[in-house]
Design a protein around this ligand. Sequence first.
Ligand SMILES: Cc1ncc(COP(=O)(O)O)c(C=O)c1O
Length: 368
Amino acid sequence: MEQATAYAEVSLGALSHNLEAARRKSGHGKVIPVVKANAYGHGAVAVARHLAAQGVPKLGVAFTREAVELRESGITIPILIFFDRDSTDAWFDYNLTPVVFDMKTAKRISSEASRRNRQINVHIKVDTGMGRVGLDMTRARDEIARMATLRGIRLEGLMSHFAEADLQDKDFAEYQLKSFSTLVRNLKHRGLRFDCCHMANSAAVLTMPGACFTMVRPGIMLYGYGCRERESLQPVMSIKSRIVFLKKVPAGTSISYSRTFITKRKSVIATIPAGYADGFDRRLSNQGHVLINGKRAPVAGRVCMDTVMVDVTDVPGVNYESEVVILGRQGQEQVTADELAERTGTIPYEVLTSVGQRISRIYRTSPP
Ligand SMILES: Cc1ncc(COP(=O)(O)O)c(C=O)c1O
């Protein structure tokens, strides 16, 4: 018999549904799915393969090694690399598309292109207010014009990134949008046109139709989360497990490290084989719930590295066959990444990307 552990069910049906939502919202349907950080924890190769089969034009990752993993898994569509300035050889060897945000890197790519007698597509990133990477807006126009004269580099795309498009108050997002639009217009006047201009993350796709330009770059919405306007999206990941130990204990029994939970009555305690090393956040100690038999079972005591104990005294019919839902729906109840994020003082992005390596991802074509 296989050991009871925790596993993630990833619904490719839900992923397709959310991709369709992004396509619809964008107006033009050209979506560059962001699959960095192991596709926000969902498994980069399987997710990228599925999205490529749905006909997306490109994919986006943070680092070159993520793109190389996709290439080595047989994914052939263009892949943008957001945050790297050093991996010139790999960009040529694996036919990748670097995002360029400084002149020095542009020149280095150009020299390498000449040496290899090749041409490479790049996207230029400008900083309209995110304050992370990007050409300074005061110099962007001139620098881009100079980059356009470099041999072997084709300026395929121009991009920027929103800092707070998820807020109701869109003042700063509108300011960024205006500054990007002005740059696009000015460059056009100088005869510099790009095949694709993109700045919209999920929040902008969902709430700022004017920010969708010719492509959009959503991440979190594809996985079913994002901002308040996400009603029509479906969460893609569920995490399930079973019980590894079930016991009846008298009142006054202490549970887990530091004895922060003492039973107040005769209780039934179940031990679940998933802990903080698997992404079950330790801040859920005495805070979170799992779902068993359609009911919420509260976490009892400290979350351990590999296990968590839950109080199932009020959940009838619990046994070793009972399914345990850590994230997702069971009957009428649901634990969302939003709920876990709220309980642990973070954002759903961190909840999803923290799902550990020991959790095997199982891909389903039906909705969760
Ligand atoms: C450059 C870039 N584009 C797009 C995204 C997607 O953002 P979101 O997941 O909020 O849609 C990210 C994610 O942080 C990013 O870094």
